[in-house]
Design a binder for this molecule. Structure first.
Ligand code: ZN
Length: 279
């Protein structure tokens, strides 16, 4: 069992069907939460994941729609009697602020609080975030309004690669991080400063030669745009889909369990090729 569950797919302004973008990589022994928006307890319950099973939390950057749930996550874990450590990974910029935030909540005075281990990541391309028997996770700095990382998840037993852009303008670092990935989950918040449009996400997918593209972190509710998938397909020939809340990429059965259309994953994985993006 190895699956990636989309817990939220909206940009910074969620609606009743789309929470802020965050996701969960679930393996046999590790469960890695990627960003922590809103109320993680409720989302994890609804995804059918045991709350205490979380072993790792990766924070991509310190914007509220990506980290605002952290104090509540930590407090609720504590109230539910967690005793084993939680690893939290992020850039110095991110983790310094998380520690400041928790200081405002006086977390050092919470009795019998479980260990939280901070792992500060270098702002290098393809820096190792974590490695275990089932997968490896790498990060690269991307181009957003504040220091931010994109993530590359390499699933070891089946050699599948999933890349998540996080919030970014189109950038060559991301093309390199995503090179040859089976799945690219790319933000499509729009062409504003620090973000990417669906068309640009399609162009990134084409340049990185990925197997398929999922658009995420897109405008929802009354801000929803027209057909983002069609926009991306103008630039990328492979399958393009909208990521939706609670969509699940299942790497055991090689199928998406929530959506009926079949889910194609490329049969083999190739090492990174150097690709350039002129933008
Ligand atoms: Zn952001």
């Amino acid at each position: 069992m190895l699956k990636l569950i989309i817990l939220g797919s909206s940009n910074a302004i969620p609606d009743e069907h789309h929470e802020n973008t965050h996701m969960l990589l679930v393996g046999e022994r590790r469960a890695v939460l990627i960003d922590c928006a809103s109320n993680p307890i409720v989302r994890l319950q609804r995804a059918g994941v045991e709350f205490d099973a979380l072993t790792d939390l990766i924070l991509t950057h310190f914007h509220p729609d990506h980290v605002s749930g952290v104090p509540l996550l930590l407090m609720d874990m504590w109230l539910m009697g967690r005793s084993h450590p939680l690893n939290i990974y992020g850039l110095h910029h991110t983790l310094d602020r998380i520690e400041d935030l928790m200081r405002f909540y006086a977390w050092s005075e919470w009795p019998n609080f479980f260990p939280v281990v901070f792992h500060r990541l270098p702002a290098n391309e393809k820096a190792t975030v974590l490695e275990c028997e089932e997968f490896r996770v790498f990060s690269s700095p991307v181009r957003h309004l504040i220091p931010t990382i994109g993530l590359r998840l390499e699933l070891l037993w089946n050699k599948k690669v999933v890349v998540y852009s996080c919030d970014t303008e189109p950038c060559s670092q991301l093309v390199r991080l995503a090179a040859g990935a089976d799945v690219l989950i790319h933000e499509a918040a729009g062409g504003a400063l620090g973000h990417t449009s669906a068309a640009e996400a399609g162009e990134i997918a084409r340049q990185a030669e990925v197997g398929e593209l999922y658009l995420i972190h897109y405008p929802t509710g009354r801000y929803a745009s027209d057909d983002l998938v069609a926009e991306a397909k103008r630039y990328f020939q492979g399958p393009v889909r909208l990521a939706e809340d609670f969509m699940q990429l299942d790497f055991e059965h090689k199928a998406i369990t929530r959506h009926p259309d079949s889910h194609y994953l490329r049969p083999f994985w190739e090492e990174d090729d150097e690709l350039s993006l002129s933008k």
